[in-house]
Design a protein around this ligand. Sequence first.
Ligand SMILES: Nc1ncnc2c1ncn2[C@@H]1O[C@H](COP(=O)(O)OP(=O)(O)OP(=O)(O)O)[C@@H](O)[C@H]1O
Ligand SMILES: [Mg+2]
Length: 295
Amino acid sequence: MQKTSEWLLSFNSQQDQRIRSLLEQRKSKVAKSVTVSVTGGKGGVGKTSVSLKLSQEIAKQGFKVLLIDCDYNLSNTALKLGQPLSNDFFELVCGAKEFDDCLYKDGNFHLLSACNGSLDLFDSEFRLEDVIIDIMSSHEEEFDFIFLDCPAGITRDALTLNAYCDQRIIVVTPDKSSITDSYSLVKVLNSKFGVRTNQLLVNRYRTQSQFEKVVKTLSETIENFLNVRTQVLGGIEHIDIDASKFDSYFLEPAENSFHKNFLKVVNKYTEEISKSKADSEIYFSAQQTLEQEVQ
Ligand SMILES: Nc1ncnc2c1ncn2[C@@H]1O[C@H](COP(=O)(O)OP(=O)(O)OP(=O)(O)O)[C@@H](O)[C@H]1O
Ligand SMILES: [Mg+2]
């Protein structure tokens, strides 16, 4: 099994060397931002909806949040917010526009959406993971959280972005194909990139026993066959609503059980993050003290 350190050493090309040094820099300090990919392997499981709502609700708690849409030419984030599509992501990639001028801002929430069917972007040659990692490392001091809305599939770019992030939230639905694809994603991330922990969010469950069954099946299989740890973030129930009304129901806060349950997931998440950040800060400062004493 490959460990993260071996993954670091396996970078060969010049471009890969650059990612390696960015990752080394990041791992050698307590970064201000927490980087999180919202992922899942299978398409249509709710990655974009979850990453939008999670980012917006965390921003409302006072954290400065950046969401980057990594579905770079089938971007849906702006669309779901009722914002117009633009060619900004292409202009950012080719250096014609500044990062700040490409953001949609709403209070503490910042969104870098991408393109949808842009021929310019389709014709241009770039490595998505390089662009996104560059953006994350250039702006990590400005944000408390950087979320990635990952595209479906286990492509090299999606896997590299997942591995680069501090955390991965795997969105899974109760159907067999989503469970299988999530397992495959965890397996490849583990064996190719040494990723040992992931978080799980079950979307579209209909009953509590269905939710528990998905959690048990997936986390036990991952633990037993891969020896990888799964932290369960919680679940989001299936919403029985006309597809055309889904986005506004899902994203706009309201006095209903769906929204209240979602807020419980968000609160649990931010509490755990704050605790683990405090732990790592204590660990880093203890290490520094030790180093000073040795010198
Ligand atoms: N909890 C839910 N209840 C009911 N329908 C849902 C729920 N979550 C997602 N959906 C449906 O699934 C659709 C796809 O959601 P979304 O675009 O967030 O998925 P995705 O994983 O980002 O898709 P893609 O892989 O194409 O990027 C939504 O538009 C909605 O119709
Ligand atoms: Mg999506």
